[in-house]
Design a protein around this ligand. Sequence first.
Ligand code: PAF
Length: 281
Amino acid sequence: MLIFNNKAGLTKVLSDYRNVKTTIGFVPTMGALHAGHLSLLERSVRENGVTVISIFVNPTQFNNPEDLEKYPRTLEADVEKIKTVSDDIIVFAPTVNEMYDGNTISAHFSFDGLENQMEGAFRPGHFDGVGTIVKKLFEIVQPANAYFGEKDFQQLQIVKKLVEKEKLPVHVVGCPITREENGLAMSSRNQRLSTGEKDAAAFIYQTLKEARQRFENESPAEVTAYVYDAFAARPEFTMDYFEIAAEDDLKPATVKENRKYRAFVAVFLSNVRLIDNISLN
Ligand code: PAF
């Protein structure tokens, strides 16, 4: 398996692939890989001649220094997991200096307002950090197809907007959320939950499913009130937000129109921040 921690080595190998017209698939990650990441890799391997995965905990997208410090870093275990999908996957695991050349700051982006909703409102600067690193990675890897999970649905929409605005020749592929048996959306942050907390976290998806059921007959405001009450009755959770929003512009829904809607939630369970979402129609 090829593992690079510098751009030069990776770009040389990828230019050889490009010369023989091999399609490059790309899965950007921050490591601490789980079955959700592996499903993205499997899809990329199926749909492309060669697949690259990046493993890089990007400092500029963390608005909370403690979250950055505690983010799991498990490169060796990650590599073993990648091998279970294919030995031919190329791993790019750069240092911060390699990616930022001693200047670890974000560029500033406008994503037509997508960046001001939900995660953007609660995590100032987060999407500037995501935009900065994804653009850098796309420029290095130059993939034909890049795979992102729908758990970070707002991020997926923002990456699509980045590609459109910056005219990057990349097809962004959104992939369904992978869940634990109890419904908890897979996330690298789940590693920081105890077994008891993981059991408790099943409540998040149960509540989203109940919200979807109620959305058939109730208004967005009624469903939202139900969800806030449901979490208020569970003191182990602290809510950042619950929101019903249109999928395209992510603006909060006030009335129901002929559009695609999703429910989005962000909660703390002990001090771990968990997000999830569900399609409503
Ligand atoms: O979703 C993630 O893991 C990160 O936000 C990403 C897309 C790899 C950028 O650092």
